[in-house]
Design a protein around this ligand. Structure first.
Ligand code: SF4
Length: 129
């Protein structure tokens, strides 16, 4: 099933409704410092949109916790698969143009039939599947 734009899946997220301060505390604890606790797990583990959240963060190089993973964990994800995910995001129209770098839809190349990628197939992420 195709992913949806962020504004759609975020409405169903377990973290929806948290205040900005609470989101900072839970999902951005101590930028640049190691995470000593995992307060995000309370929200992320059973989140109904955890897969879309993780794939969004991988494609958009987000900081903090997304999809029950930290940035350091996501940096271990193979770059080639991030590239495949990014092309899928273009095709499915959930790629956001944060920096004015996204090619227009007419430039987007269609994915080959067999180029599916599921981050949860990658061993690091099986803990959140
Ligand atoms: S997986 Fe975690 S960070 Fe992502 S939407 Fe769900 S609760 Fe929020």
């Amino acid at each position: 099933m195709a992913n949806r734009p962020r504004v759609e899946w975020q409405k169903e997220a377990n973290c929806t409704g948290l205040s900005i301060q609470e989101k900072d505390r839970v999902f951005f604890p101590g930028r640049g410092r190691p995470y000593r606790t995992s307060p995000h797990e309370k929200y992320c583990v059973a989140c109904p949109v955890v897969k879309e959240c993780l794939e969004y963060a991988l494609v958009h190089r987000e900081e903090g916790v997304w999809g029950n993973t930290t940035l350091d964990q996501r940096k271990l994800f193979p770059l080639i698969q991030v590239e495949i995910l990014t092309r899928r995001a273009q095709t499915e129209r959930w790629l956001e143009d944060h920096y004015g770098m996204v090619p227009s839809q007419t430039q987007a190349q269609p994915l080959p039939e067999d180029s599916t990628v599921n981050p949860f197939d990658f061993p690091l992420f099986q803990v959140v599947a």
